[in-house]
Design a protein around this ligand. Structure first.
Ligand code: OOG
Ligand code: NI
Length: 483
């Protein structure tokens, strides 16, 4: 191979980061082993249906990472490195008012967006940006000192950024430059042995351990690397059996006998790692920090806005029932889901609750009838078959749960100081690239498949279930139809 095109750079980066993280955090290697064992078992038990949400090749290589940076300029540099790997910012997550604990960051995820790229390698990174200006966490003096500290550090060497720009512009790098780029990129996310200023770190840690992990050190590092597993409950049990202490529960939807949607995640506590510290008198000594951890996830089908609203309503219902219940949250959730969540993919599709691509069902007997223009009838009469679109993004509540389960200090937040406004627009401007809406991407994928189905069936357009209802009610037939 003389040239590494974008997706190969991405796959190679993910593989090398995984090797690095395995040497730094040995429990990660155990997690990957157990994940692969569980995946093999699920595949042998369930056969082809195990691959409905991604081929075993994709799932085995699949990882997400998490990193944390301190300034918009650093975030913009991260975007150039991930741009070289074919990953762009998707989704805006504000964790500053998150339960169970507020975290002083706003986040996005860098990932491939086109389906063929995701199929080749879906590597994604959850990137969090500290908000030192937020007065609920930092007083004016601390904000000023954080800005000064962050402006003095340089996370990524110029050579790395220049190579990244050229890889992005050309869609890859020749082998020699690719090797150099990958060395520099992986090294930029390794844990540094640069001494940590103990007093400064502890001052920030009193506010938030995430703030200390970001603004208390002169470098960044990969915080965790998360494999994907096909049966997260089995993985949870197996890790516990091996003596790895997991957090109390699996975040996200419950295990149940209907379709998996969105994302289920769980993690184990940060491990204390040896780090060097510099004390006020200038002496350098050793110590430990607990900032990194292990996480694993299971992915389900992406939900439409209506599906997401239903999901949020069910989460709220679980919150309402939970306090009076002696059952674990997941059991309460399973009960709530069995009452309200459609039990089949077809019902999710017909109710426009989840995203699918559609194909003409070639096995349908030709009986001379003309195909209807509404998706519900096309489904009910067997004209088309749905194929689920995998949820490629994150859940703010789970992210907050993952952050919080690994904090070393309770932190200090006031509700008196001023919060500063941050949104996807703000973040797009900071990065210099548009932060895309996850829903837009799923919607575009579905629309493209419906265009092809319409063309194949000789229809002008196919109407989504919501539009069929409104047209029955005398509403907007053309509006929202997919042409
Ligand atoms: C990110 C926490 C969120 C996830 O998978 O939801 C996250 C972090 O700890 O930096 O990784
Ligand atoms: Ni994560």
């Amino acid at each position: 191979m003389t040239y590494l095109e974008t997706w190969r750079l991405r796959a190679e980066f993910a593989r090398r980061l995984s090797d690095l993280y395995g040497t730094e955090v040995p429990a990660y290697t155990t997690l990957v082993d157990v994940s692969q064992r569980v995946n093999a078992k699920v595949l042998s038990e369930r056969g082809a249906s195990a691959e409905r949400l991604g081929s075993i090749g994709r799932v085995t290589a699949e990882r997400h990472g998490a990193i944390r940076v301190g300034t918009p300029a650093e975030l913009a540099q991260v975007a150039r490195i991930f741009g070289a790997l074919g990953m762009s910012p998707v989704g805006f997550y504000d964790l500053r008012d998150a339960a169970p604990r507020p975290i002083p960051v706003v986040s996005t995820a860098f990932r491939p967006t086109a389906a063929p790229e995701l199929a080749k390698n879906p590597f994604r990174v959850f990137v969090s940006l500290l908000v030192p200006e937020d007065g609920r966490f930092f007083d004016a003096d601390l904000t000023r000192r954080l800005h000064a500290f962050l402006s003095r550090r340089r996370l990524f060497p110029d050579e790395l950024l220049t190579l990244a720009d050229s890889a992005e512009a050309d869609g890859g790098l020749d082998t020699g430059r690719a090797a150099r780029f990958l060395d520099l990129a992986v090294a930029a996310f390794a844990l540094s042995d640069e001494p940590v200023d103990r007093g400064w770190y502890q001052e920030l840690e009193a506010v938030s351990s995430v703030a200390a992990d970001i603004g208390g050190v002169t470098t960044t590092h990969i915080n965790h690397l998360t494999p994907r597993v096909l049966d997260i409950d089995e993985l949870y049990r197996e890790m516990s059996r091996r003596g790895v202490e997991m957090i109390d529960e699996i975040q996200g939807p419950p295990r149940w006998d209907g379709p998996d949607v969105l994302l289920r995640q769980t993690s184990f506590r940060a491990l204390a790692e040896p780090r060097r510290f510099r004390d006020a008198d200038g002496t350098v000594g050793s110590g430990e920090l607990r900032v990194r951890f292990g996480e694993v996830e299971a992915r389900g089908i992406a939900l439409t806005t209506a599906g997401r609203n239903l999901y949020d309503a069910l989460v709220a219902e679980v919150d309402r029932r939970q306090p009076g219940s002696t059952s674990p949250r997941q059991d309460v959730a399973r009960q709530v889901w069995s009452e309200h969540m459609p039990r089949t993919e077809r019902e999710l599709a017909a109710g426009d609750l989840a995203f699918f691509t559609y194909e003409i069902d070639g096995t349908r007997p030709l009986d001379g009838t003309a195909p209807p223009a509404g998706l519900s009838r096309l489904l009910a009469e067997g004209w088309v078959v749905p194929r689920p679109i995998v949820y490629e993004d994150f859940l703010p509540r789970s992210a907050a749960g993952i952050f919080s389960s690994n904090l070393t200090s309770a932190g200090a937040v006031t509700d008196t100081g001023g919060g500063v406004h941050r949104d996807a627009e703000w973040m797009s401007a900071a990065i210099g690239r548009r932060v895309q809406e996850p829903g837009e991407l799923y919607e575009a994928q579905r629309a493209e498949s419906l265009r092809q189905v319409a063309a194949g069936l000789g229809l002008d357009a196919i109407h989504l279930p919501g539009d069929e209802l409104s047209s029955v009610a005398g509403g907007r037939t053309a509006h929202g139809g997919v042409r």
